[in-house]
Design a protein around this ligand. Structure first.
Ligand SMILES: [Zn+2]
Length: 157
């Protein structure tokens, strides 16, 4: 089921999401809905707060940018290592029509759980690293536009 995507400045987007205690069918339903919603909106990532759920769950599919990377869902993702720094242009389904250059760590290591509740550890660079950092920011109530001076935010298209 597709869910509605909250749009900035909805105050829910600024709230910190709570950890998932048990990865059960309810969480798996949420993940399935999040993928459906993301694909429906032609996005490459989505965090649960963007569909009004205050839980630490993200989904990512950057295959339109790099087809070698499989879609993934991470529950309770946590960045445990950051290396380097790189600027890149980002957009967000919750901030339609805006793109901006954001400085992020070049490489990250993320720990969390998959949709079965199994522990996962993901080392990422490039677009996947950027997507992970962007989506995990959402879980802490941070939008990419919070990371750039507003004067630099340029209208897309
Ligand atoms: Zn976003």
């Amino acid at each position: 089921m597709r869910r509605d995507i909250l749009v900035y400045p909805d105050p829910f987007l600024a709230r910190k999401a709570a950890p998932v205690t048990v990865v059960d069918d309810r969480v798996r339903d949420l993940i399935r809905d999040m993928f459906e919603t993301m694909y429906g909106a032609e996005g490459v990532g989505l965090a649960a707060p963007q569909v009004g759920v205050g839980r630490r769950v993200i989904v990512i599919d950057v295959s339109p940018v790099d087809e070698t990377i499989a879609p993934l869902a991470v529950v309770n993702p946590e960045i445990v290592e950051r290396t380097g720094s790189v600027a890149g242009v980002e957009g967000c389904l919750s901030v339609p029509g805006i793109q901006g250059e954001v400085c992020r760590a070049e490489t990250v290591v993320v720990r969390g759980q998959d949709e079965q509740g199994k522990a996962v550890r993901i080392r990422a660079d490039g677009i996947l690293s950027r997507a992970l950092q962007h989506e995990i920011d959402h879980l802490d109530g941070v939008l990419f536009i919070d990371r750039i001076p507003s004067s630099e935010a340029a209208s897309a298209k």
